[in-house]
Every structure is written in C-alpha cells, then in structure tokens.
Design a protein around this ligand. Structure first.
Ligand code: URA
Length: 206
C-alpha cells in the first residue's frame, strides 16, 4: 500500500487546532474542513484530465477538465467532518455512506447502514479521519470492493501505525493519504497523542 504523509505547514497548522483540547466544536469543524481540502489536493494530484477547448475573453484556449467521475464515501460518523470540503472542491462527485459497528456476539465489524452509488470506473475517496485499529476502514474498503469499486484512496487525518499495518495487510492495492502518523493506540484504542474522539468533537456530543 502506498502511504502519502502530508508534510505541509498548513496541515501542521490546522492539525494543531484539531489536536488542541481548547478548540471548540465550531472551530474544530472549520479546521477539519480545511484539512479535508489539503488531503484532497494531495490525493487528486494525478487525476487524469482531458483537453477542453474554450475561449477566454481574449483568445481561444485549450484548457483541462477532470475526466472521470468520483465518489466520496464517509465512514459514519466522523467521516462526515471531511465531506463538505470534498464536495466543494471535487467536480462530478457522488456520495455514498457506510456506517460500521462491531457485532456484539461475534465481535466482527458489520455495517448498520450502507448506501453506495454506482462505483464502476470511478475515483473513490473513503473518508475516515481517525485510522486507529484499521478495522472499520478495512471493512468499509471491503464493502466498496464487493460493490464493484477499485481505484480506492483513503483520506485520514490522524493514523496510528497499527491501523496502517492492518490496512496494508488487508488492502495493499489502495492508497492512503494522512496528515500525520501518530505514536500508538492506548488501551481504549484511542490514538495518542491524537485529538480525542473526532465524532464527539465535530458534533459537540462530549
Ligand atoms: N476514533 C477517534 O475518534 N479517535 C481516536 O483516537 C480513535 C478512533
């Protein structure tokens, strides 16, 4: 699996706002949106384009347009924090949703909600801001592949080494874009130093 680690002063800046426990929910959502744009810029660097003939007010010009359609798939609920930015920047985009939970009897991940658009020949961006154990993201990617998706990129804000290892083992064919790789998981599977519970901080449910 190819791992792209954002190394950029803007991403360091917004990541610090996200990590800071004194950041309120409003500021947190705004920083998450900005972070989604930085991740998407990196993840779409090489999307194929075709020529488009246009006229500027001064001259004919051959510009470019993005050829393929894209699909964003936020993993509920924290992935929603990255969606608005992606929708504002990426043309020809449709959106699917996956909600993943652990089955209390088997302890295997399962979806409690899954609604995906046509995935064939699309660029697929899975939005999972916190890559902790990798269980949910790996399951979501498996569901996307089962539904016919390929060419999959995962956009994560904070990744733990354990999650990267799991994803690399289960899905070596995807690409991972992350703003940072943190130290470790604690006993409750939170990423350390991390930023706490992304869903709670986005939606004020602390
Ligand atoms: N999910 C979160 O929101 N935070 C973590 O640290 C790990 C998983």
């Amino acid at each position: 699996m190819e791992v792209f680690h954002l190394e950029h002063s803007l991403s360091d800046h917004y990541l610090t706002i996200l990590r800071d426990k004194s950041t309120d929910s409003h500021q947190f959502r705004s920083a998450a949106r900005k972070m989604s744009l930085l991740l998407l810029m990196e993840a779409t660097k090489e999307l194929s384009t075709s020529d488009k003939k246009i006229e500027t007010p001064l001259a004919p010009f051959i510009g470019k347009e993005i050829e393929r359609e894209s699909v964003a798939v936020p993993v509920l609920r924290a992935g929603l924090g990255l969606l608005d930015g992606i929708q504002s920047l990426l043309p020809n985009l449709s959106v699917g949703y996956i909600g993943v939970q652990r089955n209390e009897k088997t302890s295997n991940p399962e979806d409690y909600y899954c609604k995906l658009p046509d995935l064939k020949n699309k660029n697929i961006f899975v939005l999972e801001p916190m890559l902790a154990t990798g269980g949910s993201l790996s399951f979501a990617v498996s569901q996307i592949k089962k539904a016919g998706g390929s060419n999959i990129s995962a956009l994560c804000v904070v990744s733990a080494p354990e999650g990267i290892e799991r994803l690399n083992k289960d899905h070596p064919d995807i690409k991972l874009y992350t703003a940072t790789i943190d130290d470790e998981l604690n006993d409750n599977w939170y990423i350390v130093p991390g930023l706490g519970d992304m869903g709670d901080r986005l939606f004020g449910t602390i």
